[in-house]
Design a protein around this ligand. Structure first.
Ligand code: SAH
Ligand code: SF4
Ligand code: F3S
Length: 478
């Protein structure tokens, strides 16, 4: 039986926190007040790793007497935590620096720093290119911020973009910014050792390293004690997580870590991102199946549906391998496990037929969600050095639109299947458009909106879903 698709104007958009890289999202930190002497304004671009790092930075600077503020105009220190994943991400930051310049003119003592991937990519060149910048700090150098800031206070410019093989900030308790008090992110690893030919991340984030498993479990425990109900374990490739104690007696892989975090409390939901198709194991899928509180949602970026293109991308899997991983998910976790993807349209030398293969992979996997982009050449990457960026921009854009349209078709169908069933929803807060409704997500990460009744944020509510807009589910608590 097909369910009617309706639209309501109070709908919240689908959550944007699960994919590691988000094209345009910016996050301004909320205010914290500890009576600090100076005010820090921090804005984060790019992926969740950056948002999570901003919480580490705020923690380091809180110890130095900085309170965070939401008001750029009154800040003593303005930090932009930047992203380099596509050219547009960098352009956005440059535009923002121009706006900040006009604030700085009104408040000459204001210090301006850039953190994150663009800082790492451009290094001291940033100081030459953007005169307003006082401070350039790469992702592994945040512990050095107090020293660098005092250098800037002394009238110099300061740069530290050293990458590390060890730094995981394991001992730093993040200051939770923008927190709803219910969901939080835990970084479990840093860097990336894959060399996908299109990708700048290995250059900006350095070598892959896994954080001490005990510190991760402890952070989850602390969050539960503080009333949090959901954690998302973050890494560029969580399936290659591996940590060993110094004497080598204890070894933990991702499936084992996932289980340890799931066992912290049955009341704590556990999510993770991102899974790499080459590394996701059946052991991880079986662990998910064993624990109700591990959410049934996997972000499994395909990038392309064509084996030749995948090889050029250096993804180290081909289409049959990817399909077999999707089948493993369906076999072990059933049809109700949601899967999402990232797709790149118009990669170097991609033909029309190869693009059709990406569309047919969307049909095969029937993703619940997709983050799709057209290829943007990044300086220094393998593709920039070895391959010609030869698909015309209009063609890239047209192929991207075809991918988006096809993907949405499947997402709508997946949402429609959820109608007429009861879902356990973790209420995260009032719906954006209506104080009388609560908004939350089901295990599959779909947004569910329902009349508030006596429920409040942080409650697990069983919701009977009566309809869908294609981007969210609507229902009533039962
Ligand atoms: N570690 C994750 C991806 C992180 S980057 C993984 O391996 O899946 C997030 C997404 O940005 C990628 O999945 C890819 O789809 C997209 N992306 C990365 N580099 C890009 C580029 N040069 N042009 C367009 N999209 C890109
Ligand atoms: Fe980039 Fe590939 Fe590493 Fe993902 S796995 S961060 S796409 S190099
Ligand atoms: Fe993330 Fe962008 Fe860096 S996606 S890892 S902030 S390049």
């Amino acid at each position: 039986m097909s369910q009617p698709l309706i639209t309501l104007d109070f709908l919240d958009k689908a959550p944007t926190t699960e994919a590691l890289a988000l094209p345009t999202e910016v996050r301004v930190s909320t205010a914290t007040r500890t009576g600090g002497a100076r005010k820090l304004y921090i804005e984060s671009y790019g992926c969740q790793m950056n948002f999570s790092d901003s919480e580490i930075v705020s923690s380091i600077l809180a110890d130095e007497g900085f309170d965070t503020t939401e008001d750029l105009a009154t800040a003593d220190l303005v930090l932009l935590n930047t992203c380099s994943i596509r050219e547009k991400a960098e352009q956005t930051v440059r535009m923002r620096l121009k706006q900040i310049n006009s604030h700085k003119k009104r408040k000459p003592g204001m210090l301006v720093g850039v953190l994150g991937c663009m800082a790492e990519r451009l290094k001291s060149k940033f100081l030459e290119e953007e005169k307003i910048v006082d401070l350039v700090v790469g992702p592994d150098a945040y512990r050095d911020l107090p020293q660098l800031i005092s250098q800037v206070d002394g009238g110099q410019k300061a740069v530290n973009v050293l990458l590390s093989r060890e730094e995981t900030y394991a001992d730093i308790t993040p200051v939770r910014l923008n927190s709803n008090g219910i969901t939080a992110f835990i970084s479990i690893m840093r860097g990336c050792d894959n060399m996908c030919s299109f990708c700048v991340v290995p250059f900006t984030r350095g070598r892959e390293r896994s954080r001490d498993a005990h510190s991760i479990v402890q952070e989850a425990r602390d969050l539960v004690a503080a009333g949090y109900k959901e954690v998302t374990l973050l890494g560029q490739n969580v399936d290659s997580y591996k940590w060993a104690s110094e004497d080598g007696a204890e070894r933990v892989n991702f499936a084992q870590l996932l289980e340890r975090v799931a066992l912290v409390s049955p009341e704590l939901r556990v999510r993770f991102s991102t899974s790499h198709p080459k590394d996701i194991t059946d052991e991880v899928l079986h662990t998910m199946a064993r624990h109700d509180n591990i959410c049934k949602y996997i972000h499994l970026p395909a990038q392309s549906g064509n084996s030749r293109v995948l090889e050029l991308m250096n993804r180290t899997y081909d289409r049959p391998w990817y399909e077999q991983r999707v089948q493993a998910i369906r076999r072990i976790l059933g049809e109700n496990c949601a899967i999402s993807t990232d797709m790149i349209a118009g990669f170097c030398s991609e033909t029309e037929e190869e693009h059709q293969d990406s569309l047919s992979l969307l049909d095969f996997a029937q993703y619940d969600m997709g983050y799709n982009f057209f290829y943007s050449e990044r300086p220094g990457t393998l593709a920039a050095r070895k391959l010609e960026d030869d698909v015309p921009l209009e063609t890239k854009k047209r192929r991207l639109q075809e991918i988006i349209d096809r993907q949405q078709l499947h997402a709508r169908a997946r949402y429609a299947r959820m109608v007429g069933r009861v879902h356990q929803v973790l209420a995260e807060g009032p719906s954006k458009r209506s104080q009388e409704h609560l908004s939350g997500r089901n295990s599959q990460n779909q947004v569910v909106i329902f009349p508030k009744g006596n429920h409040q944020k942080g409650d697990y509510v069983n919701v009977f879903v009566t309809s869908t807009t294609g981007g969210a589910l609507l229902g009533e608590a039962v």
